[in-house]
Ligand binder design. Structure first.
Ligand code: CP
Length: 467
């Protein structure tokens, strides 16, 4: 299959069958890394890294050079025309004219999607704020598959900054797709964001239990488990599982412990940093003596700071430098696929752990904005052309998910565009929680953040407005 202008903005852009096929290609490339020097000859990769990077940037650039291609790069917003107030869309159109593929890292969540919308060539997200980092997930999964010979039905513990860690967010969705059981060990105040929890618990076939539902044994452990996501070996088994016991889950052992650092750069006030940094959990030899970690792969996307003791480096369970090294063959496979230089046989993996969901897109300009200040749709240089867009993920209650950064908003007031008899005096708005809201068809939904906004658009309050 020729990919055309395929992008990798989120891990959802690659079906599981393609992930497996890319890994087979990466295996071939790793085995004879110098044999592919003609594959992307004459092609140019634009390497745009507007946040610090060692592994992702250099492994992408090494991958392109190994494929015989060329690299042009910009590594500092201050040295690009973004510093002069140029929009991301304009930059994308220009760079898309210079290069055959664009790799972008940017601090704003959703920036990679905007580049993909405007570049006209394949775009790869190398990390957009705290949102996603899909190629890190490919390296992570590739490492696990190398060591365990499978990606299916694994038991993975995620450790540290689950709130801001973009590598964790992409990894969770991929693991859920492959039927993993996931144990969550967040640092204090660094639990998964609500929108990630909602996706996990509504779009995949496993079951998420938060800490208040877990048995007491779990809470007594010196590093508390905050939640567990359990996928039984087949989706049909879930109904038969009486309850989730963390002790039972741990007894089976953990296949991989995925450690992440505190993402200081994504924490706004210094006070928040001090609070989270104080009791940040550390993985060391002592912790790894636990029975559940006996055969565990110790993983980390790197860079590490203090959360993973150096004494673990010599332990045969440590995988993090291998993870980083696999970045080259994995990204070679991805680049050659997206550039149309190599076809991959798409294996039918059958994403049986994914629930089929198709959400209507809300595009009306009714004043509701993404609540995430770091979202690309809220930036001064971008608001001129980006109109907020949301997936309507629920009508009862009304919940909209930003298409750029996945953050969610629950507007307080709603109306229907097919107001009674089409007469202007019948334009009424209701509280989002009222029974009227539930009757509105998604295609007719209008949402307002405030009564003022509704009234500015000539809507009057109905009897079903609660104040
Ligand atoms: N894992 C990762 O993204 O590392 P860099 O920030 O060094 O690219």
């Amino acid at each position: 299959m020729h990919p055309g202008n395929r992008n990798l903005v989120t891990i959802d852009d690659l079906p599981s069958g393609e992930i497996e096929a890319l890994f087979s290609l990466a295996d071939e490339m790793a085995d004879s890394i110098n044999a592919y020097a003609g594959l992307c000859q004459g092609k140019i990769m634009a390497s745009l890294f507007f946040e610090p990077s060692t592994r992702t940037r250099l492994s992408f650039e090494a991958a392109m050079l190994r494929l015989g291609g060329h690299v042009i790069s910009a590594v500092d917003i201050g040295a690009s025309s973004l510093a002069k107030g140029e929009s991301i869309a304009d930059m994308a159109k220009v760079v898309g004219g210079y290069a055959d593929v664009v790799v972008i890292r940017h601090p704003w969540e959703g920036a990679a999607r905007v580049v993909a919308d405007y570049a006209g060539v394949p775009v790869i997200n190398a990390g957009d704020g705290g949102h996603e980092h899909p190629t890190q997930t490919l390296c992570d999964l590739y490492t696990i598959r190398k060591e365990r010979q499978t990606l299916k039905g694994l038991r993975i513990a995620l450790w540290g900054d689950l709130k801001h860690g973009r590598t964790v967010h992409s990894l969770i969705y991929a693991l859920a797709r492959f039927g993993a059981t996931i144990l969550f060990y967040p640092g204090p105040g660094l639990e998964l964001p609500e929108h990630v929890i909602r996706r996990l618990s509504t779009e995949y076939r496993g079951e998420l239990k938060r800490s208040e539902d877990l048995d007491q044994g779990a809470k007594r452990k010196f590093v508390p488990i905050d939640a567990v996501y359990v996928t039984p070996s087949s989706p049909h088994q879930l109904a038969m599982m009486p309850d989730i016991s963390i002790q039972v889950e741990l007894k089976a052992g953990v296949d991989a412990l995925y450690v992440t650092r505190l993402q200081k750069e994504r924490q706004a006030p210094a006070a928040e940093q001090r609070e989270s940094g104080k009791d940040y959990p550390v993985v060391d030899r002592r912790l790894l003596r636990g029975k559940e970690f006996e055969k565990t792969l110790v993983m980390h996307p790197l860079p590490r700071v203090d959360e993973l003791a150096c004494e673990v480096d010599s332990d045969p369970r440590s995988m993090y430098f291998k993870q980083a090294a696999y970045g080259v063959p994995v990204r070679m496979a991805l680049l050659s696929f997206l550039l149309g230089a190599r076809e991959i046989p798409t294996q039918e993996a059958g994403d049986s752990f994914v629930k089929k969901t198709s959400y209507p897109v809300y595009k009306r300009d009714s004043g509701v904005r993404c609540p995430n200040k770091n979202c690309v749709s809220n930036q001064e240089t971008e608001v001129k052309y980006i109109k907020p867009q949301f997936k309507t993920v629920s009508l009862d209650p009304v919940i909209l998910r930003c298409i750029y950064c996945d953050h969610e908003v629950s507007p307080r007031y709603v109306a229907s565009s097919d107001w009674h008899q089409g007469k202007r005096e019948n334009k009424k708005y209701h509280s989002a929680g009222s029974h009227w809201a539930r009757k509105i068809k998604p295609e007719n939904l209008i949402v307002f953040a405030s009564e003022k906004e509704a009234q500015a658009r000539q809507f009057k309050p109905s009897r079903y407005v609660r104040r």
